[in-house]
Design a protein around this ligand. Structure first.
Ligand code: ASP
Length: 327
C-alpha cells in the first residue's frame, strides 16, 4: 500500500514539475548561438558581426560564437546557412552582396529572398578608395589619372567574386573605362594584410576596415563612396562631389537566418539586435570606424525584407546595364 502511495506521489510530482521542466528545456536560447560571417576573420563584416555578437549575447544570456565561412564572395557561407536547421542557433551577418548576388551569378545554389528569414538591418557602411603607400597620386583625380595611365597594370584586392569590394571595383572600372587586375581573397581582412605590405596597389573597401589604417598612414585614402562625407575620415571627399558624380555604393549589413525560424527565436533575436544597436559601446565603435547603427525601426524583419527586395531590383538594373558578371 505504502509503495503504491509512493508511486502515485512520485507520478504526481513528476506531472507537476514536467511542464516547467519542458518549458525550461525549450526556452530559446538554451545553448550558444553560431553567428556565421561569410567572409574571413579580421575583415569589415567580421568586425560588424563581432561588435553586435557580444552585445546580443549579453541580452540573450548565451554566448554567440562567430564562425567565419569565407570564399566565393560569400556564397559558400550562404549555401551553408540556407541548409542549416531553422532553430535560431545558426544566423548570419552579411551585406549588400546578398542583393547583388542574383544579378552577378548565373548559378546560385540558394534564393536570396525565399531561402532565408530576415532578422533586421544593422548598419550602412561607407566604402573608401585606398592604395598601398608610395603611390604618387595626391588626390582622387590623380588616382584616377594614374589608374587610366596604367590601364591593365594596376592591381586591386577584393574579397572574392561578387563581394562588395569586387562589385565596387567593377563599377569603378566601368565608370573610368579602365581595366585593373583583380587579386581575390576570402575576405578583405586578409586582403588588407597584403595591401599593408604592398602586394597589390588598390582596393575599394569598407571604412570599418580602412579607417584606422588610413589614419595611421599605413595605407593611402582618397575618397568615400557615399553621398555625404564620413566624419571619421574628414579629409576624404565623396566621389560624387567631383571625381565621379553619381557614383554611390554603401555596404549595408543585416542579419539573416535559415527559412522557417520559430516566432519565439525571431522575436528574441530582433529584440537583442535592437538592444545592441542602442548599446553606447557599439555606437561608439561604429562611429570610430565611419559607420552608424541603423535606426530601431529599420532593425526589423519587415524593414530588411523590403530593403532586400528593393536592392535586388536596383542592383539588377545597375549590374545588367554595366555588363559586369561574377562568372
Ligand atoms: N565583407 C567582406 C569582408 O568582410 C568584404 C567585401 O565584401 O568586400 O571581408
Amino acid at each position: 500500500m505504502v509503495s503504491i502511495l509512493r508511486a502515485l506521489l512520485a507520478a504526481a510530482i513528476a506531472v507537476a514539475v514536467m511542464p516547467q521542466f519542458a518549458a525550461a528545456q525549450s526556452a530559446y536560447p538554451n545553448k550558444s548561438i553560431t553567428l556565421m560571417v561569410p567572409a574571413a576573420a579580421g575583415g569589415p563584416t567580421d568586425t560588424v558581426a563581432r561588435l553586435i555578437a557580444e552585445s546580443m549575447g549579453r541580452t540573450l544570456g548565451q554566448t554567440i560564437v562567430v564562425e567565419n565561412v569565407g570564399g566565393a564572395g560569400g556564397t559558400i557561407g550562404l549555401t551553408r546557412l540556407a541548409k542549416a536547421a531553422p532553430d535560431g542557433y545558426t544566423v548570419a551577418v552579411w551585406h549588400i552582396a546578398m542583393a547583388t548576388a542574383p544579378a552577378l551569378y548565373d548559378n546560385l545554389t540558394f534564393n536570396v529572398t525565399d531561402d532565408f528569414d530576415t532578422i533586421g538591418r544593422i548598419t550602412d557602411a561607407p566604402m573608401s578608395l585606398v592604395t598601398k603607400t608610395g603611390v604618387a597620386a595626391k588626390d582622387v583625380k590623380e588616382l584616377i589619372a594614374w589608374i587610366k595611365a596604367e590601364s591593365g597594370k594596376v592591381t586591386y584586392g577584393h574579397a572574392g567574386i561578387g563581394s562588395a569590394s569586387h562589385l565596387c571595383a567593377l563599377l569603378l572600372m566601368k565608370e573610368m573605362n579602365v581595366q585593373m587586375v583583380g587579386v581575390g581573397y576570402r575576405g578583405t581582412g586578409p586582403a588588407m594584410n597584403d595591401l599593408l605590405s604592398g602586394q597589390f596597389d588598390f582596393m575599394c573597401d569598407q571604412t570599418t576596415n580602412t579607417t584606422n589604417q588610413i589614419k595611421e598612414k599605413r595605407i593611402q585614402g582618397y575618397a568615400v563612396t557615399t553621398k555625404t562625407k564620413v566624419s571619421s575620415l574628414p579629409d576624404l571627399p565623396t566621389l560624387d562631389s567631383g571625381a565621379l558624380p553619381g557614383f554611390e555604393i554603401s555596404a549595408w549589413h543585416a542579419m539573416w537566418a535559415p527559412k522557417g525560424l520559430p516566432k519565439e527565436a525571431t522575436d528574441k533575436l530582433v529584440a537583442a539586435l535592437q538592444a545592441a544597436l542602442k548599446d553606447p559601446k557599439v555606437i561608439q565603435r561604429f562611429a570610430d570606424l565611419g559607420a552608424e547603427p541603423v535606426p530601431q525601426n529599420l532593425a526589423t524583419p519587415e524593414a530588411l525584407k523590403s530593403q532586400l527586395a528593393s536592392e535586388v531590383k536596383r542592383w539588377d538594373t545597375v549590374i545588367k546595364a554595366s555588363g559586369v558578371k561574377a562568372n
